[in-house]
Ligand binder design. Structure first.
Ligand code: HEM
Length: 485
């Protein structure tokens, strides 16, 4: 009797394992499954571990190197539990991004939906995505026309740099995060670092961020479960702020503020939950990526003295054209040509976003490649950014390459994605970096350590947080903003 039971268990376990293996390899034998070169790796996990192997963010890593040389720039594999097509081909990547909603669709792993919620712009599709996106684009364009927004960015940069006075070294990743968080919380919610809600949002936000890169196990106590709770607490805080604003705005209130939230309140196209989700998207989108961009710029500059010299000269020139203590404006930003080249090059060479997640909505044939419907598709931006056939001396940080190229129309340069999902915050991120650099290069010299490199895990992070050894430039002491400015 007992032997019969165990035999049954054994048959069930073997049957289950065989079903998993079959399920893993089955897509190979369905339509187009064998059309592309590549391998599905191990049952269930496929080649995920190899794909996620850390490597320097200004290289494509061993996995892509080996696979591209064995199978070509487009190959099949099995990643994140899905049959997958990986594309390192600039034409195919461009085609994927441009055909969002038609042949391909944004498809982030399910656990990310669990944390972000289905109303997040990063995961929403179709009409909901369009509505959220239109609001984002109109809000971002307002940033340019409102001098207060630019002054807030500059004020926060000066505050952070002012706090470096007398310090021999700083951990730059932390400083950059402080800067981008304070900027985005001010722009979106009108909060300053001193407001009590700011610290509360920051604490919950950090828990939320940790959950995004954790194992998706939703049982109490795990980082994932804590992130889901943190998201709901941030939602409540944002809802309370929205409510208070509504109360204050009754009639012709003198307490009306100038931030995204004020405009968001008057948008009828979005429900209350969509507005809250929109605020979260802005915090999430505007925080980690922008602070990483700042860190990669500072890191690459410290290893490229001629670029740093030229950048410094440009900012001294901008400053010399202004009155003492006069604040930076949009025209100044537009004058910072070399700064733009440095930022563009750091985005190309540093590869903050290595790839994006898509899935094929139907069978797609492009340039002889056959992509089966339902498969995951990963356009890898870093492979295109570092391709020596597309960018001369691609493995060198060389900002001058952008002097003769229009990066905005370029298929071979997509640090902000492309097509209908192209990042709405790209310009805001660049202004933040440019304004911070303006004060940094005029007030400090710095050295970073050779072994403190940006690594793709695949999220980019510096091995030691980017330690900067500082030396103040005596000629240009920081001019603190007057209170109330
Ligand atoms: C250096 C800084 C940044 C980088 C490298 C970056 C990169 C990207 C990329 C590659 C995408 C496309 C994702 C996809 O196609 O699946 C994206 C989308 C997005 N980004 Fe950014 N981003 C940056 C800054 C910002 C900022 C400052 C904000 C907001 C204030 C922001 C908000 C968003 C949002 C809301 C989306 C979703 C857009 C959509 O799906 O329509 N990003 N970003």
């Amino acid at each position: 009797m007992a032997a019969g039971f165990w035999l049954l268990v054994l048959v069930a376990v073997v049957g289950f394992l065989m079903a998993l293996v079959l399920n893993h390899f089955l897509p190979l034998f369905l339509k187009y499954g064998l059309a592309l070169k590549g391998t599905f790796g191990w049952p269930i996990i496929g080649e995920t571990l190899g794909f996620l192997q850390p490597h320097s963010s200004n290289s494509i890593g061993t996995f892509l190197q080996e696979h591209c040389s064995r199978y070509g720039k487009v190959f099949k594999t099995h990643l994140f539990f899905c049959p997958t097509v990986v594309s390192c081909d600039q034409e195919l990547n461009y085609f994927i991004l441009q055909n969002e909603g038609k042949f391909f669709q944004c498809s982030y792993p399910k656990p990310i939906h669990g944390i972000l919620g289905n109303l997040s712009m990063l995961v929403a599709v179709g009409e909901t995505h369009k509505r959220l996106r239109n609001v984002a684009l109109s809000l971002v364009s307002i940033t340019k026309s409102k001098p207060e927004f630019l002054q807030d960015i500059e004020r926060i940069a000066v505050q952070i740099l002012g706090s470096w006075k007398g310090k021999p070294k700083v951990i730059f990743r932390g400083e950059a995060r402080k800067f981008t968080f304070n900027v985005i919380v001010k722009l979106v919610l009108g909060l300053t670092p001193e407001d009590p809600e700011t610290a509360k949002i920051l604490e919950d936000f950090l828990t939320f961020m940790r959950g995004l890169i954790s194992l998706p196990i939703c049982i109490p106590g795990t980082a994932y479960a804590r992130a889901v709770q943190a998201r709901s607490r941030i939602s409540s805080t944002v809802k309370a702020i929205l409510e208070e604003r509504r109360r204050n705005n009754v009639g012709d209130s003198p307490r009306k503020r100038s931030d995204f939230l004020e405009i968001l309140l008057s948008v009828d196209a979005l429900s209350e939950d969509e507005k809250v989700s929109f605020v979260l998207d802005s915090l999430l989108g505007g925080y980690e990526t922008t602070s990483l961009l700042m860190a990669t710029v500072v890191h690459f500059l410290s290893h490229t003295p001629p670029a740093l010299d030229q950048l410094k000269q440009e900012h001294q020139k901008v400053r010399s054209m202004k009155q003492k203590d006069e604040k930076l404006n949009w025209e100044d930003y537009k004058r910072m040509d070399f700064t733009q080249n440095v930022i563009n090059e750091a985005l190309r060479y540093g590869n903050i976003v290595k790839f994006v997640h898509r899935k094929a909505l139907k069978d797609v044939k492009f340039k002889g490649y056959l992509i089966p419907s339902g498969w995951k598709v990963l356009p890898v931006f870093s492979a295109v950014h570092l391709d020596p056939s597309l960018h001369a001396n691609s493995l060198q940080f060389h900002p001058w390459r952008w002097e003769s190229q229009d990066q905005t129309l370029c298929k071979k340069y997509t640090p902000f994605g492309g097509g209908p999902r192209c990042c709405p915050g790209s310009e805001l991120a660049k202004v933040e970096v440019a304004f911070f650099l303006h004060h940094l290069v005029q007030n400090f010299r710095w050295r970073s350590e050779a072994d403190d490199q940006p690594m793709a895990y695949p999220c980019v992070e510096f091995q030691r947080g980017l330690v900067l050894n500082l030396e103040p430039c005596s000629s240009n002491p920081l001019q603190p903003f007057q209170s109330g400015e």
